[in-house]
Design a protein around this ligand. Structure first.
Ligand code: SF4
Length: 233
């Protein structure tokens, strides 16, 4: 593709995302929610997001609460035997991956910062935060984006399974675009300051209307901009 064509394609995608931000916010109110929401602690948020991989929100919360009830301080988690951590987080599943990911991250943080506290990420750029977090096994781009956006107030939109599905159906990204690549493609297309609320609104859309099977397109605020209902009669 020549430079002019590529630029026109990007301009079109940028306009599409801007319209999606507007339409979704009108329906789901993510911007208002973002202004008033409670900010989680970054380290709590990181562990909770590691636990959320491949499970439901309910099982993630059960695993997180069991861990925190038994070991209410991250220093205690760091000192605990790996077997005990795995037993406590069992409700969240995949304990052989998630247990070591949590323990290894805490060990690294202690060595690096001496205190188990990730609040310093708020003072770094989003890109520096992404680089620091994603160097750890079990911490991918989605996890890094969630922690940096919701706990550290960086302007990022994490691409989870709902966001990925909607981006593909609406044509913001093509069908072959992986979730990791989607993070990078989407980032420059979102109007400044809107990434967190866009993420929240997209999750609401994915859970309530744009289901993986049989999306309810007739009730969708994106119906006017989405080619999927026409392409998939
Ligand atoms: S129109 Fe249908 S496919 Fe497109 S975003 Fe809405 S629910 Fe999903």
């Amino acid at each position: 593709m020549c430079c002019d064509m590529a630029k026109r394609a990007d301009d079109g995608r940028r306009a599409l995302v801007r319209r999606m931000v507007f339409l979704l916010d009108k329906q789901f109110g993510g911007a208002d929610w973002d202004r008033t929401r409670k900010r989680p602690d970054p380290l709590d948020d990181l562990v909770r997001t590691i636990l959320s991989q491949n499970t439901t929100d309910e099982n993630r919360d059960r695993g997180f609460e069991a861990l925190r009830d038994a070991l209410p301080d991250w220093e205690l988690v760091l000192d605990a035997r790996l077997d005990r951590i795995k037993r406590l987080i069992r409700p969240a599943g995949l304990v052989n991956a998630k247990g070591p990911a949590i323990k290894n991250f805490l060990r690294w943080l202690k060595q690096e910062r001496t205190v188990l506290d990730l609040n310093y990420l708020k003072d770094l750029s989003a890109d520096e935060g992404i680089e620091i977090l994603t160097q750890h096994r079990g911490v991918g781009l989605k996890t890094a984006y969630i922690v940096l956006s919701f706990a550290c107030d960086h302007d990022l939109c994490a691409v989870d399974t709902h966001v990925h599905r909607i981006l593909r159906r609406t044509g913001v990204i093509d069908d072959r675009c992986t979730r990791d690549r989607a993070h990078n493609e989407l980032r420059p297309l979102i109007p400044k300051g809107k990434a967190r609320s866009f993420h929240a609104d997209m999750i609401d859309l994915g859970k309530q209307i744009c289901f993986a099977r049989s999306p309810n397109c007739d009730a969708c605020p994106l119906f006017e901009v989405c080619p999927y209902p026409v392409e998939t009669p």
